[in-house]
Design a protein around this ligand. Structure first.
Ligand SMILES: [Zn+2]
Length: 169
């Protein structure tokens, strides 16, 4: 993904963009990853552990949180689409991303009704609403009521749980 981003940022030709797009829409090591298949996934923890990189596995399956200001996307504002890094489900458009001071990528609305689901989270003695991927149920982050108009919501996400594909120009 880093490679494809660099290439498209350098204004490479259409062929390069197409091949980078292909590279991003499937992952050889993860047969469940797809940008087009919306079938819900119900895998065991052991199955996820086999196909996800360790850091992503810890966030997605065990709700770990990356340190603020360390992720790839908290301060990124390129036009494109954000997908679930575990399964490829479409989560957010860059138009819904806003500059937040929290150090994690923040969005005011999800891409479509199936993008995410919510669950009450009372861990760490806090009342929070956890945001999970609508397709694979993987942990993405939390949602808060201090976001900007029009929704007033702030989807506070872990960069590592997101895959970003820039728009082809
Ligand atoms: Zn997912």
């Amino acid at each position: 993904m880093v490679i494809s981003f660099t290439l498209s940022a350098c204004g490479q030709n259409r062929n390069v963009n197409q091949s980078s797009l292909k590279m991003n829409t499937s992952k050889p090591e993860n047969p469940y990853y797809s940008h087009t298949d919306t079938t819900k996934l119900n895998l065991t923890d052991a199955e996820w552990k086999k196909v996800l990189p360790k850091e992503l596995y810890e966030v997605s399956r065990h709700a770990a949180t990356e340190r603020p200001f360390t992720g790839t996307y908290w301060n990124a504002f390129v036009k494109g689409t954000y997908y679930c890094a575990a399964c490829g489900n479409e989560l957010f458009r860059s138009e819904a991303k806003f500059a937040s001071t929290c150090g994690w990528p923040s969005f005011f609305e999800q891409d479509n009704p199936k993008s995410t689901i919510f669950r009450q989270d009372t861990s760490l003695s806090m009342e929070r609403t956890e945001v999970l991927c609508g397709r694979c149920g993987g942990h993405l982050g939390h949602i808060f009521d201090d976001g900007p108009a029009p929704t007033g919501k702030r989807y506070c996400m872990n960069s590592i749980a997101l895959d970003f594909v820039p728009d082809n120009k």
